[in-house]
Design a protein around this ligand. Structure first.
Ligand SMILES: [Zn+2]
Length: 91
């Protein structure tokens, strides 16, 4: 791997990309519907924003330059906050 694991913010899983969501305390998966705009695994930008709603627990996030911008309709405490992405190898 070209980067130390601590710098890697998203990893490939088949055709998808995975990243850690500190709001949901789980990883989220981005399928081919998203484009990996900058192809930088240490500081990723994906479009469009991601909305997940498992069991009614909504998470809505913009992934931009290695930051997670949570929108105000998230169920968790990081709504309306922007936080740096964490390594996918730590949890
Ligand atoms: Zn989430």
């Amino acid at each position: 791997m070209p980067f130390p694991p601590s710098m890697v913010k998203t990893v490939r899983l088949g055709d998808d990309w995975l990243f850690w969501c500190p709001g949901c305390q789980t990883s989220h998966r981005l399928c081919k519907r998203w484009s990996f705009v900058n192809h930088d695994v240490t500081s990723p930008t994906f479009t469009p924003s991601l909305i997940t709603d498992p069991d009614g627990k909504r998470c809505h996030v913009i992934i931009e330059n290695g930051n997670l911008k949570y929108l105000d309709d998230c169920h968790h405490g990081l709504r309306n906050q922007t936080v740096p992405m964490e390594s996918v190898y730590e949890s």
